[in-house]
Design a protein around this ligand. Structure first.
Ligand code: SF4
Length: 210
């Protein structure tokens, strides 16, 4: 078995998997320079450099000025997946990339109890698996549909529908309010799916829509 099977590096600066020609050229140049055997777009739409030798990984970190552990603020969502939306996809009703950027920047009142993953899809086809994310947003002709408490992994759960017909401003405000409520009510390490099983969608709606 190869010694470098477990050495990989996730590059933090590619946004929602969007790569322009300069990004592709930079990636190709890095792959050649550091002898990177494979590059992978992850499920979270980030770029992972796989199978790196430890020395190459250290040198690349230095070249790109990357910290040893990724900077992470628990006052923010863990990651946001966003589809091309109406900017690039003929089915898109809403601008998923723009809303994804806004959700990523939400600064909450304090740390979240557990990871929160976000899926923003520009239409009901839900290419970003919005129903299976803690925060799910899907674009419809009348606005955004917001679901909360979805999960994939070992105990999958479909998120609960919280609201529909939201403008982008309303969606950002409601996601912020919901996450602040979740952080104040849920036990430490309780993912939104488990929290919603106990708490129930009607109680959540009363708290955040009332
Ligand atoms: S979710 Fe809809 S808008 Fe987004 S990529 Fe899929 S089909 Fe296109």
């Amino acid at each position: 078995m190869s010694d470098n099977l477990n050495t990989y590096l996730v590059l933090p600066h590619f946004n929602a998997g969007l790569l322009d020609p300069e990004d592709l050229e930079q990636l190709a140049a890095l792959a050649r320079k550091y002898n990177i055997p494979k590059t992978k777009i992850t499920g979270a739409q980030r770029v992972a450099l796989l199978g790196m030798e430890p020395e190459a990984m250290a040198a690349l970190r230095t070249e790109l000025n990357l910290p040893e552990t990724p900077p992470h603020s628990s006052n923010r969502v863990h990651y946001v997946q966003a589809c091309p939306g109406r900017t690039w996809c003929k089915f898109g009703h809403q601008d998923a990339l723009e809303l994804g950027e806004r959700i990523k920047k939400i600064e909450l009142d304090g740390p979240l109890p557990a990871k929160v993953k976000v899926g923003v899809s520009g239409c009901r086809f839900c290419c970003c698996e919005s129903w299976m994310r803690d925060v799910g947003l899907a674009g419809e002709s009348k606005g955004w549909r917001f679901s909360f408490g979805g999960n994939a992994a070992g105990r999958p759960r479909i998120g609960d529908l919280v609201a529909e017909g939201l403008s982008s401003d309303e969606a950002v405000a409601l996601v912020t309010k919901t996450l602040n409520y979740y952080r104040s009510e849920a036990k430490f390490k309780s993912r939104s799916a488990r929290f919603m099983e106990r708490f129930g969608v009607e109680a959540l709606k009363k708290a955040v829509l009332g």
